[in-house]
Write a new protein. Structure first.
Length: 455
């Protein structure tokens, strides 16, 4: 295939892409909220119908959970290699007023060649890009079987994904998997992910009363659960440096090699660029390499939210009866989520035995590859579509299902991400753009052709 012909194909399919993206993002498939269970079903049905409309087979696998798995198949020949594209169709929550969205987060808004809505970049936009890339490859007669594995619970750690993969069994058999749920460093610096951090969610709860009480009548004698939880949090880690104080937390950490650190340096990330991209006013460090090590190769403890007490206008002079801290740890090879949650539970019990620790979703870190035929195929495909050589880097985020894919499908897993930092992963005003989508269509079509030659 020629780049010019694929670019022309993408332009011809632009209206179809935009219409599909609109129909997908207008379904608020928020997996963390049970009230959106019907939306999860709706996105699964739409996904299956879309694959069918484009000439593929589609199967939906369900268990006793409310999170179906969609398997799409474009079968070209029994003797051809099979490649599976992984994406997820569930999204993070979004509140227009509370978070400062400029548009309705669940209504598709087009502004020139930029698309605004929750899910545009994470991960519905890239999923549809890969799908149209597959259609282009099929139309061109590429001798590869192209499968799609779309899940609906990635944003909550994929708790039922393994059951559904086991249920589907041999139907999911493939020679390789390519994931499109990662980011470039910048529009001018394509990157290929060669590792992901794992994670472990943590909730701390403390209840010291039954109802709000007057702080004048009870303050000084009453325990304050918000204050006590803040103390526990600051005992778990140093909020200024990020250093985790839990004994044993760093015992299993695999440090980056000299070669990996050289790759980090070559990626071109700078402290100023990082600060500007993510709109930070200040950072814990202004050393560029240290930033890369911290976001790609070191574990963390992060506080995501604190609930309890009064948060309305002015001050309500009460002592609250309960409080909760929502937090998580990002983990690196070879840290195990179960061990980390146990260490934190034991530590908190010693510091404040009344605090309940809930360790929920967890997933191990992924150590990928930067060499070999599949890595070379991704590099060539990105260079073909975008005219730039990509860099291999790790990514600080997590995709819990990838470890399950490696375990059960037993095949190489590569990454062909398209999102940019300014697209706003998990942030207000999430967006995607046609430049990345059209280039992505060409990149995926070329990747499928590359796979056809890896026999």
């Amino acid at each position: 295939m020629k780049r010019e012909s694929l670019r022309a194909y993408a332009e011809k399919e632009k209206n179809r892409y935009e219409n599909l993206l609109e129909s997908f993002v207008n379904i608020p498939s928020v997996s963390v909220d049970p009230t959106h269970s019907m939306d999860i079903e709706a996105i699964a049905s739409l996904a299956a119908q879309t694959i069918h409309d484009l000439g593929g087979e589609a199967h939906i696998y369900r268990s006793d959970s409310a999170y179906p798995l969609i398997h799409g198949i474009f079968h070209q020949g029994n003797n051809y290699p099979t490649v599976t594209v992984y994406n997820h169709l569930d999204v993070q929550p979004a509140e227009k007023e509370a978070e400062g969205w400029r548009t309705d987060p669940f209504i598709f808004t087009k502004d020139n060649d930029r698309y605004w809505a929750r899910g545009t970049t994470d991960d519905k936009g890239p999923a549809l890009t890969a799908l149209l890339g597959a259609r282009a490859a099929v139309d061109a007669g590429v001798q590869a079987n192209i499968h799609f594995l779309w899940e609906t619970e990635e944003e909550i750690g994929s708790p039922n994904f393994e059951k559904l993969v086991q249920k589907a069994g041999k139907a999911l058999a493939t020679n390789s998997v390519v994931v499109s749920d990662t980011m470039w460093l910048s529009r001018t610096r394509p990157t290929i992910t060669s590792g992901l951090r794992g994670f472990q969610t943590i909730r701390l709860e403390l209840e010291t009363g039954v109802s709000d009480q007057h702080s004048g009548d009870t303050g000084g004698a009453a325990r304050n659960p918000i204050g006590e939880l803040m103390k526990v949090v600051c005992e778990i880690y140093d909020p200024q440096t990020g250093y985790v104080r839990v004994p044993g937390f760093y015992d299993d950490v695999v440090r980056p090699t000299k070669k990996e650190l050289e790759d980090f340096r070559r990626s071109g990330v700078t402290a100023n660029q990082f600060k500007k991209t993510y709109q930070f006013k200040s950072l814990r460090t202004n050393d560029s390499l240290e930033i890369m090590k911290r976001i790609w190769a070191m574990p963390t403890f992060e506080v995501h939210g604190v609930t309890g007490g009064y948060t309305g206008p002015g001050i309500k002079a009460i002592v609250p009866p309960r409080a909760e801290v929502k937090a998580s740890c990002r983990l690196v090879p070879d840290q195990k989520p179960a061990k980390i949650s146990r260490l934190i539970k034991d530590f908190v019990k010693k510091k404040n035995p009344d605090v309940k620790v809930h360790a929920e979703a967890g997933g191990v870190a992924l150590k990928g590859t930067t060499s070999g035929p599949f890595a070379d195929a991704v590099k060539r495909s990105i260079r073909f579509a975008f005219g730039k050589d990509p860099a291999f880097v790790r990514e600080g985020g997590s995709i819990g299902s990838i470890v399950t894919i490696q375990k059960h499908l037993k095949c190489p897993v590569m990454f062909l991400g398209l999102s940019l930092p300014e697209h706003g992963y998990h942030a207000p005003n999430e967006n995607f753009d046609w430049q990345q989508a059209s280039g992505g269509i060409a990149a995926f079509a070329q990747y499928f052709e590359e796979i056809a030659h890896l026999r």
